[in-house]
Unconditional design. Structure first.
Length: 134
């Protein structure tokens, strides 16, 4: 089976679409916050920018062909998982550290917990569509 076949599957397309939406949303949110309110909560707004970069990387890594892009997707989805777990835990444990929400605050509660579920879906899809070498 060619490497691109799984990307053409309905689940692959849905996953890429959802990551693209999050990339656009996180980029827009962080750009606006950093441009207009950076002094209000610099740490959360910078984390939103990091999340945007991670979502862009995941989108490109999942959508593009080649082993290098798959590595980008693995790295982005893994970083996203660690990020949402760490930021989610810190934002619940120390609310003063996060005077304003990020995409990953409270495990993505503001986004219906999709930021918590998305890296698991991305990593599972990458695992399921891997090419095994004989």
């Amino acid at each position: 089976m060619p490497e691109s076949a799984p990307r053409r599957s309905s689940w692959g397309r849905v996953l890429i679409f959802v990551y693209a939406i999050f990339a656009i949303a996180a980029t827009g949110r962080s750009s606006y916050q950093l441009a207009t309110q950076a002094s209000d909560a610099p740490f959360p707004y910078a984390l939103s920018a990091v999340a945007a970069i991670v979502y862009i990387g995941a989108t490109l890594g999942l959508a593009r062909e080649g082993e290098g892009w798959r590595r980008v997707a693995w790295a982005a989805c893994g970083t996203e998982l660690v990020g949402v777990l760490v930021v989610g835990t810190l934002s619940v444990a120390d609310q003063e550290l996060f005077p304003d929400d990020t995409v990953w605050s409270a495990y993505g509660a503001g986004y219906g917990y999709l930021p918590l579920l998305l890296p698991f879906a991305g990593l599972a899809w990458l695992w399921r569509t891997r090419i095994t070498r004989a």
